[in-house]
Every structure is written in C-alpha cells, then in structure tokens.
Write a protein that binds this ligand. Structure first.
Ligand code: SF4
Length: 257
C-alpha cells in the first residue's frame, strides 16, 4: 500500500516505520505539525527527522507550518480548558478530560492536512506515528484519523504502536537522537515544566521527611547515651562516697586504737 505517514518527530517514527516497511508498505513521511512551538523547536524536530530518514532512505515531505491556524482551533480550546481549571497548569497536565478536547482539535488539524495531502499526491492511505506514545489519546487518534481520511477519500491506516514505545525510546537514545521533553504545543511545554517542578518538590519533601525521621532516631540515640552517662556518673559518685566513708572509718579506728 502507498502510505503517507504523518510523523510527529524522529523518535516516534522509528518503530512505526520499521513495522510498516516490514509489512511491505511503500512509505513517505509527512511532517505537518503546526502545533509545535516555538518555530525553532519545530525546525529542530524536523531536522532530526530528516537526518534519520535520509539515512534510512525514507522520503520526508513537509506540510505547511501554520501556528496561527493551530491557535485558532486547538489553541482556543486549550485556553478554555485552562480557564476551566482556574489557570492551574498542573491540573491540565494531570486531568485528562481537561486536555482531551484540545488534543482532539490538534489531531484534527494535522490529520486533515495529512489526509488532504495524501489524496492530492496519489497515496492510498494515511497513517500517523502519534499512536506510539502512551501519553496520547489513542481512541481519539483513531477516530480523528478515520474521520480525516474518509473526508479526503483515502483509507485510514491506524495501528496501536504503544507496545513498541519502550523500544523506540531505547533506540532513539542509543542513536543520540534529539528527544524532546514535551509533546509540542505551548500548553504541553508549560504542563511538562509544571510536572517536573511537582516531581522535584516531591523529591525534596521525601528527602526532608527522611532526614527528619533520621533526626528523631539520632536524638533518641543521643538521649539513650546521655542516660547511660548519667547512670555511670551517679554510680561513680556513689562509689567515691563509699570509699570516702570507708577511709574516714579507718582513720577513726586508727585514732581510737
Ligand atoms: S499536548 Fe500534544 S497533542 Fe495535545 S494539543 Fe498539545 S501538541 Fe497537540
């Protein structure tokens, strides 16, 4: 099958392309990711994808980069969700329903562009590498891919590549490939930073709790040592008094004799 594969980045393309090529598909990668901000990040991911794909003999086509269109659709949905969360970025990061509508709009924009391009360029089907990530909404990806493909008049080639995520991570690290630490949009960058800050706060709190627990143990040990010292001191004083009394008694006996 002649398949145009929407590619979000290099690392996420490794396993889907391996699997699809092994199945005999004729592939081209399509980089259409107006979600990625800033533009330098968009270019960095594209450059990484091109370098790797060039070595693999895989063609990479670039779609239009239209961050304004993304802001007008997914960006607006994201702003509404953030408002609903009272501006709490961490809530948006951790409560899936707050992100889902934004991500759906984001998939829709990219898949519509990929499906339209697949139809124009004579591909049989359109697919995506996004379904390798366990952080995405897999069911929504499938729905939106099928919707976009049907609208453009091509087949949707959906596969759940999540079982290969760890292998993709391992291979991309081994290759020294650029691995971004956020999904792509400005919201996801802020959310990823908030999650990292949250994890850091948790680690600090755990270290402090551990230190406090050890401090209690050390204080208890010190108190036990002080008690022992006091007991030894009291015993020594008692013995000294006994010796002094004995000495006085002997002195008295000698003077009496
Ligand atoms: S988190 Fe990822 S999929 Fe969701 S809106 Fe942002 S860039 Fe798009």
């Amino acid at each position: 099958m002649k398949l145009l594969l929407h590619a979000c980045c290099g690392p996420c393309s490794l396993e889907p392309t391996r699997i699809l090529r092994a199945a005999g598909h004729d592939l081209a990668l399509y980089y259409t990711n107006s979600n990625i901000a800033p533009a330098s990040e968009y270019a960095h991911r594209l450059g990484t994808l091109r370098t790797w794909a060039g070595n693999e003999g895989l063609p990479v086509l670039e779609g239009p980069y239209a961050p304004g269109a993304w802001e007008a659709s997914a960006g607006r949905v994201g702003e509404s969700a953030l408002e609903a969360a009272g501006g709490d970025v961490l809530r948006c990061a951790t409560e899936a329903p707050l992100r889902e509508a934004r991500c759906r709009a984001c998939y829709r924009l990219r898949f519509e562009e990929a499906a339209r391009s697949a139809a124009e360029r004579g591909f049989d089907a359109v697919g995506t590498t996004l379904s390798v990530s366990p952080y995405q909404f897999i069911d929504v990806i499938r729905e939106e891919l099928e919707r976009a493909a049907a609208h453009a008049g091509v087949d949707a080639h959906f596969e759940d590549y999540r079982p290969f995520y760890d292998e993709a991570a391992r291979r991309s690290r081994a290759m020294g490939m650029y691995r971004q630490n956020f999904c792509g949009c400005r919201f996801s960058e802020a959310e990823a930073a908030a999650e990292r800050a949250q994890r850091k706060r948790q680690r600090v709190a755990e270290r402090e709790a551990k230190a406090a627990a050890h401090a209690d143990e050390r204080a208890a040990e010190e108190a036990a040592r002080a008690t022992k010292r006091a007991e030894r001191q009291a015993y020594a004083e008692k013995q000294a008094k006994k010796r002094a009394a004995l000495k006085a008694l002997r002195g008295q006996e000698r003077s009496d004799g």
